[in-house]
Write a protein that binds this ligand. Structure first.
Ligand SMILES: *Cc1c(COP(=O)(O)O)cnc(C)c1O
Length: 385
C-alpha cells in the first residue's frame, strides 16, 4: 500500500520504515556511525557522512513527513534548533509577524538572537486573523503561528492566516507541537512549514530532546536541508530510534490525552476556587468553532487561574499535587504541572506576558494517559487542602 493512502494509525507504524535489508530486523537499527565506506570515489549508497544524513534519522524524517502529509522532513537537536533553521532562511531587513502568546523560548530566540541580525518581529494577538494583515508589508517573509498557543490555548485560524501569507508572498510556519499531526495537519490547511518540538508528544515518553520541520515545497526543502547540514544541529541515531518507537503509539496516546483532558477540564471548570479554564474543547472558548474546524480533538493541555489571582494559590497547588509532577515540558505519558509565570515564561517581561493572559495564578497542566479518576482525585486533594 502506498504511504499516502494509509490511514493515520497505519502511517505512524509503517511510514518511512522497512525491515533491515541486511538482516531482516523489523525495527530500524540504530546506525551508530559517523561515516560510510565508499567502494570508489563518488560511489555510495546515499549516505556519506552522518551530519548530512544517517539511516536511522532518515527513516524518522520520512515517517514525520508522512504523518504531517508533507513531502520532506528534517530532524534537529531540539525544537529550538528547528525554529533556528526556519529563521535562518530569512535575510537582514526581513520582517516576521508572530503570535504574541507563544512558547517562551521561541520569543527569546526571535528577540535576543535574530533581532540583532536585522530581522524585525511584530508580536501580535492573532485570535482574529484579519488583524495580521495590518502588520504585513513587502518585507514580511514569514508568519509564525502557534496553535493552540502556549499556555493560553488560543486558537489561530490556519486557513485564514495562510491566505494572508500567500497574498503577501510570505511563508507560513506553524508550531504544531501541542496539537500533533493526530489532531491537526497545518500543511493541509495551507501552511508552508510545520515545526515540532518532538521532545513533547511525538517522542511522548519524556526521554528525548528533538525538533523537526516538515514541508511540501521543494525549494523550501532545499533551504531546510542546506541549513540543517551547514549548521549541523542534527539529532543522534539513538534518539531517532527512540522517537520512531514513540511515534508508533502516537494515535492511541493522543486519543487518551484527549479523553483525560476533557475530564480534567470539566472537573476544573466546576471547582469553586477555579476562575478561568483554558481548553479549546469548551463551547465557551473564544475560538471553539475554529478549533472544531481545524482540529480533530482538543488535546490534553489545559491552563487555569484562581479566583483572586493570588500567586500563592498557584504555587501551593503545584506543590501539593502527588501524581502530577512539577516540571517544565509536556506531552509525555505522565501528567505534569507547571507555573508559566515563573517557569516556561519567565524569560518574557511581566507586562508582555500579562498582556497575553499569563497572570500570576495561571497553572498549566499536561494531562497524561494515567487513569483519569486518579488525576482528578489528585487535583481535588491539592485544591481542597
Ligand atoms: C518545547 C517547545 C518548543 C521548544 O522545543 P525544545 O525541544 O524544548 O527545544 C517550541 N514550541 C513549543 C510549543 C514547545 O512546547
Amino acid at each position: 500500500m502506498e504511504e499516502r493512502n494509509m490511514k493515520f494509525g497505519t502511517k505512524v507504524i509503517h511510514a518511512g520504515v522497512h525491515p533491515d535489508e541486511a538482516t531482516g530486523a523489523i525495527m530500524t537499527p540504530i546506525y551508530q556511525t559517523s561515516t560510510y565506506v565508499q567502494p570508489e570515489v563518488g560511489v555510495h549508497k546515499g549516505y556519506e557522512y552522518s551530519r548530512t544524513l544517517n539511516p536511522t534519522r532518515h527513516a524518522l524524517e520520512k515517517n514525520l513527513a508522512a504523518i504531517e502529509n508533507g513531502a520532506f522532513g528534517a530532524c534537529f537537536g531540539s525544537g529550538m534548533a528547528a525554529i533556528d533553521c526556519v529563521l535562518k532562511m530569512l535575510n537582514p531587513g526581513d520582517e516576521v509577524v508572530s503570535t504574541n502568546d507563544l512558547y517562551g523560548g521561541t520569543y527569546r530566540i526571535f528577540k535576543t538572537i535574530f533581532e540583532k541580525y536585522g530581522i524585525k518581529f511584530h508580536f501580535i494577538g492573532m485570535q482574529d486573523a484579519a488583524t495580521i494583515e495590518n502588520y504585513m508589508n513587502e518585507n514580511t517573509k514569514l508568519i509564525w503561528v502557534e496553535t493552540p498557543t502556549n499556555p493560553m490555548m488560543n486558537i489561530i485560524d490556519i486557513v485564514a492566516t495562510a491566505k494572508i501569507a500567500k497574498k503577501y508572498n510570505a511563508m507560513l510556519a506553524v508550531d504544531n507541537t501541542f496539537a500533533t499531526p493526530y489532531l491537526q495537519n497545518p500543511l493541509d490547511l495551507g501552511a508552508d512549514i510545520v515545526m515540532h518540538s518532538v521532545t513533547k508528544y511525538l517522542g511522548g515518553h519524556s526521554d528525548v530532546v528533538m525538533g523537526a520541520l516538515v514541508c511540501k515545497d521543494e525549494k523550501i526543502a532545499a533551504e531546510m536541508y542546506r541549513i540543517q547540514n551547514s549548521c549541523g544541529a542534527v539529532t543522534a541515531p539513538m534518539d531517532s530510534f527512540l522517537v520512531l518507537r514513540g511515534i508508533k503509539t502516537l494515535h492511541i496516546r493522543m486519543q487518551r490525552h484527549c479523553e483525560n483532558g476533557e475530564k480534567v477540564a470539566k472537573f476544573l471548570a466546576s471547582h469553586p476556587r477555579v476562575d478561568k479554564v483554558y481548553w479549546p474543547g469548551f463551547t465557551t472558548h473564544a475560538n471553539h468553532e475554529i478549533a472544531k474546524s481545524q482540529m480533530r480533538g482538543f488535546g490534553g493541555m489545559i491552563s487555569f487561574t484562581f479566583k483572586g489571582n493570588d500567586i500563592n494559590d498557584a504555587l501551593e497547588t503545584v506543590k501539593k499535587v502527588k501524581i502530577f509532577a512539577l516540571a517544565e515540558s509536556l506531552g509525555g505519558v505522565e501528567s505534569l504541572i507547571g507555573h508559566p509565570a515563573t517557569m516556561t515564561h519567565a524569560s518574557i517581561p511581566k507586562v508582555e506576558r500579562e498582556k497575553s493572559g499569563v497572570v500570576d495564578s495561571l497553572v498549566r497542566l499536561s494531562v497524561g494517559i494515567e487513569d483519569a479518576d486518579d488525576l482528578i482525585a489528585d487535583l481535588e486533594q491539592a485544591l481542597n487542602a
